[in-house]
Unconditional design. Sequence first.
Lengths: 293, 293
Amino acid sequence: MIDPEFNRVAIIGLGLIGGSLAAGIRQQGIARTLIAWDADDLSLSTGRDLGIIDEVADDVASATAGADLVILCVPVKAMKAVLRQIEPCDQIITDVGSVKTPFLNEACEVFGDVPAKLIPGHPIAGSERHGVTAADPNLFARHRVILTPADNADDDAVGRVELLWQGLGAETIRMSAEHHDDVLAQTSHLPHLLAYALVDTLSSGGDSLEVFQYAAGGFRDFSRIAASDPTMWSDIFQANRKPLLEILDRYMAELGKLRALVSEEDGDAMKEVFIRAKAARDHFSSIDRSRNA
Amino acid sequence: MIDPEFNRVAIIGLGLIGGSLAAGIRQQGIARTLIAWDADDLSLSTGRDLGIIDEVADDVASATAGADLVILCVPVKAMKAVLRQIEPCDQIITDVGSVKTPFLNEACEVFGDVPAKLIPGHPIAGSERHGVTAADPNLFARHRVILTPADNADDDAVGRVELLWQGLGAETIRMSAEHHDDVLAQTSHLPHLLAYALVDTLSSGGDSLEVFQYAAGGFRDFSRIAASDPTMWSDIFQANRKPLLEILDRYMAELGKLRALVSEEDGDAMKEVFIRAKAARDHFSSIDRSRNA
């Protein structure tokens, strides 16, 4: 038997992501012992009943004290309070939050500097399900995980966090926290905001129930993301406010231009934009297919 | 053997929709003879080679002369020119265009009045594929078809067009042309415009190729509809300009409100909007599931 990569892994926050990490680490034999803490006792007892964790901790401090790897899976807004309860020693600390610059800033505030073994991460794996009961050891397989180590990051710690994710079947990529937050504002946060706005606009139209009945493919696909967790997204939008507002402003300007073209019935100019968009999308989808092949 | 519902059906425009209609009508034995016309000779010879039509017509006039049912499947912009070539006699005429008020107006202009046996229709069945080679006899099964007969419409003609669609497995609904155009502006035309705007905004950001690589679920679903036919959508947006601009203005106002909430970090107000949107979407999706059950 191969020695596990980690001796004692502490998972802070045992929801869908934390639970799926625990289940995957367990299945792949990546840790000798899995300990978890969650604000909700029921999640912890469920996790133990499901057999995906070994031990339940009374608080963050005791969960993280003897661990060689700590994975923070609490909501973005709860990260700072959790960091405050960690006694910094030699553990590698990583997280799964959707926004990375604020997390690094919070670590700075709490620890005085970004600890060299704090390696921020973000698995790009969405699901509308939530809670530890939806835990899936294969949730991250064939997904990308972005790591945003700071300049002073410990190389060995980065490498071991990469091994963790690769062990769960994910592909890891490194980039700066700022770049991550820009990219995610564009490809994830903005689309979610647009979807919420669309569903809310249509459902406030008076005959909402009727309108939704005739929704065809495009609208269905799009509105699905408006079923995501309202608190989580409100927190993400606030945490990533600046990059989100920047891309939202560019989007609203583009929409204003298209509005003018529709209003002026300028079919040629419209077509030019749509052809360009279709080419970009077709290109993206061909990359995507080759990745998943 | 049951007598077919129609003796001679003429299909004008043999692309994905016209071809799928022909294939479905053939498979279900709904017509004794199927004749087709298309501006593109290759589509016609392909249709005949595929065995989904019996006869190829030289022009619209000869295709529609002896038919008891004429189905117009040409692009929205080509409808008027086609109507001009039809010698009005006793045929039932229907169409599959995405916009209904302009079609009725054009019929008025061409015939002096809306013929009692002209029954506008619109199957809510999207596909990114196109051309007769993608023809699918089951394309309309379990989809909705909206019919928008004018006040003077012949009841028997409406009933027979309903039977046609029901014979292909679709569910038919009647509503006014104006209401159809409002509903579709909201659930189909606006989402397409938003998707084109999003993909174009992101792909004009300089590092477009890179950004698209990190697109997760929500963005993928949404951007898929930006791969739709640019000419077709530019035509639809122009034809349905007024209802589209109306809902686009409401959407842009909503987006402006959300922008302010993000900018002011008003999490509570944001959450309120998202909770409302999620409830509407969850309600819609439960209707949808029970329909497809």
